[in-house]
Write a protein that binds this ligand. Sequence first.
Ligand SMILES: C[S@@+](CC[C@H](N)C(=O)[O-])C[C@H]1O[C@@H](n2cnc3c(N)ncnc32)[C@H](O)[C@@H]1O
Length: 213
Amino acid sequence: MPAIFPSKYTVSARFYDAISAEWPVYGAGREAAIPLLRLDEGAQVLDIGCGTGLNFPGLQQRIGPGGRIIGVDASAHMGEQARRKARRRGWSNVQVLEEDATTVSAARLREQVGGAGYDAVIASYALSLMDDWPAALATMVAACRPGARVAIIDMQPPQGRAAVWSPLARLACRAGGSDIHARPWTLLDQYCEDIAARSVRGGHIQVRVGTVR
Ligand SMILES: C[S@@+](CC[C@H](N)C(=O)[O-])C[C@H]1O[C@@H](n2cnc3c(N)ncnc32)[C@H](O)[C@@H]1O
């Protein structure tokens, strides 16, 4: 299969975990969001734009070996890093698909878990990279069972006193190819109720987690 993103991440995928400011900044979004997914042991989770699999440790901790993680990423190189991470840690319950989240069908995603639909779906720092992120969000929701939890973690310019960090945040987003003004969480209430909101790192990172109606 030809790579969907042939050049992007070709080299940087290997260093992504080291250069992505995970510890000082972006890990805080996962730490805020994953508990709000209320995952039970054995849950089946979809990770859209999974990258190198930085969400996987937090998800695994909750779902255990009886659960499943299906990662989706358009970059073959990022997906390969995610698979390697899973192999190194002995997580045989992880599968990574090379797909464009804006065009893949919900049926294709559902068939990975027997057609019943996911218990939860997460998209971290991924929707704001996609031109047609509303399509990706609609597919995420359609791949879920009713009552599933949906998490969006994404970025905006830092707020209030933290606005002094805005130039740095804009630079980081531009370098990563994301649109800092996309605000994909603002559409979640079209699909979900019981939405929990968290704002971390001076408002730069926005987290919304809701329940599919
Ligand atoms: C900034 S990285 C974030 C990765 C990971 N979710 C994380 O939290 O570290 C964005 C990821 O989204 C993926 N991506 C961008 N557009 C995509 C699309 N249309 N379909 C699937 N994945 C996409 C990229 O290949 C990349 O791996």
